[in-house]
Design a protein around this ligand. Sequence first.
Ligand code: KIV
Length: 268
Amino acid sequence: MNELPQVTVATLKKKKKRGEKIVTLTAYDYFTSRMMNEAGIDLILVGDSLGMVVLGYENTVPVTMADMLHHTRAVVRGNSRSLVVADMPFLSYQVNDDEALRNAGHFIQEAGAQAIKLEGGKEMAPLVKKMVRAGIPVMGHIGLLPQDILKDGAYILQGKDNGSAARLMEDAQALEAAGAFAVVLECVAAQVAGEITSAISIPTIGIGSGPLCDGQILVTHDLLGILDDFKPKFVKQYAQVNKIMLQAFKEYKKDVEDKTFPGPEHSF
Ligand code: KIV
């Protein structure tokens, strides 16, 4: 039985106040969600990184609402403690605010997520305000924005010069003022991430943004070493699951071909 209390947006704010780090990971399925629940992960993001690490796309652009709802439901079924945040996919919130509100509502009402995340800073503040007013907790996401890949052409470090650092600060403050409960800082220069973290009262969750953020997030497949052809500098690999899986599949293949599986102990 899991004795730990349910994490809420209020828990995260308290953690920031107390200087306790917020532990966050991505998950896309029931089993991984159960494991994270047991491990005491504070926040599970059903990220649209789903597109690359589960669905085999090149980037997050092809991921749909249907994909995200399907995987969010699975994660929610495996979880009883962590705060589950669903990532709004490309074009599910950019067309107009009414459609954005309805789509966010699908994640909360139908899939059982406790909050949503969307990419963008100042320009998203009016929409964030509307969602929060409607009762939907919102996590912002600034810095590197993976959904802008077709426009930007590459994934690059943000906040390297004074101008872009100042814009990031304005974005973070606008999201805070709009009522976001936290903000992801992706690939933001570490010092700038630290300055933003000190300047706002809501938690910052960093990925590739150094140690001064209030919490950290990694894509779980990177942390586990599931896809070994992608290892950015900011990832620490805690396991090499890829090697374990490959070995298991090879041994199984050999046993079936050699007729040593199933043995008498596996038969009725
Ligand atoms: O989709 C995702 O996994 C994300 C995290 C990298 C923050 O947005």
